[in-house]
Design a protein around this ligand. Structure first.
Ligand code: ZN
Ligand code: ZN
Ligand code: ZN
Length: 283
């Protein structure tokens, strides 16, 4: 399975859209000199085998233009929740009609909870052409479900986030498995129990690392390295992960100043893989 991390920032991006903190100011200065490199991060999107997109963020256009990916090849979108950095439904009105010719996969099935589907309907109702609407199927999913489409399977479980809305996904295809754990704080016990009952070893775990080395409270709705270590230990002790499993950290915030040096430290000292925009993993 090919896993491409197209966007690796928290909601406001890195540098943050309207921010003049010391980190964002310095990074903008480097970008102006053509030296932003991997520290420039866009909003969350991960592409699996070029045809399944986790999230559909406001930076989808930028991902297509920067990395040359064919987003018309995306047949399935799994949306975790309706926050604006994970779902920019307005862009879906461009998926057909005069806006898109010879699409690789004309039909897109979008999976999300009821809130996600409400946002899609609200954001597209003014501009959606009939031809484009016919190319889109919305499917409601809740927690603790198994969904199957073509040769893909996905299992859903709840996150700890700003509401009980977000879904975490375990996705499998051809014997390979990816566990997607953003946006969430330490997982709710019922999600660990669900993973335990599924009893499947995963190849890649994607972890929310919004706080990086900043301290997070126990009730936090995102994680940092300390919580990532705790989740990794738990998954290893349950047998959901083993020594071959790759743990990838992402969803970085400007508030924790995710410099190259800081994310390299997370890799060197703690054994994580720090995602950057465009990073490709093959498993
Ligand atoms: Zn987010
Ligand atoms: Zn900032
Ligand atoms: Zn969120």
């Amino acid at each position: 399975m090919k896993i491409q991390y197209l966007g690796t920032a928290a909601a406001e991006g890195v540098p943050a859209l309207f921010c003049n903190c010391a980190y964002c100011r310095a990074l903008r200065g480097r970008i102006a000199r053509g030296e932003g490199g991997r520290e420039v991060r866009s909003r969350a999107q991960i592409l699996l085998d070029g045809e399944l997109s986790i999230e559909f963020p406001p930076d989808s256009f930028y991902h297509m233009a920067r990395f040359g990916v064919d987003l018309s090849a995306v047949r399935y979108a799994l949306i975790t929740h309706s926050h604006m950095d994970h779902l920019c439904a307005h862009d879906l009105v461009l998926r057909g009609y005069k806006y898109a010719h010879e699409m690789t996969a004309p039909h897109l099935t979008l999976f999300g909870n009821r809130e996600v589907l409400d946002v899609v309907e609200e954001c597209t109702r003014r501009e959606m052409k009939g031809e484009v609407a016919n190319n889109l199927t919305l499917r409601a999913v809740g927690a603790f479900e198994e969904i199957a489409f073509d040769d893909w399977k996905a299992y859903t479980m709840p996150a700890r986030h700003s509401s009980r809305e977000p879904l975490l996904y375990l996705i499998e295809r051809g014997g390979k498995r990816v566990l997607h754990l953003t946006d969430t704080g330490l997982l709710p016990e019922e999600s660990f129990a669900f993973l335990g009952a599924l009893n499947r070893r995963v190849d890649v775990v994607t972890l929310d690392c919004t706080f990086l080395f900043e301290e997070a409270s126990a009730a936090a709705r995102h994680m940092g390295i300390a919580e990532n270590i705790a989740v990794r230990s738990r998954l290893l002790s349950m047998g959901v992960a083993d020594e071959r499993t790759k743990f990838v950290i992402t969803h970085f915030s400007h508030n924790s100043a995710p410099s190259d040096e800081a994310v390299r430290r997370a890799e060197r000292e703690y054994g994580f893989i720090a995602a950057y925009d465009g990073m490709l993993l093959e498993i």
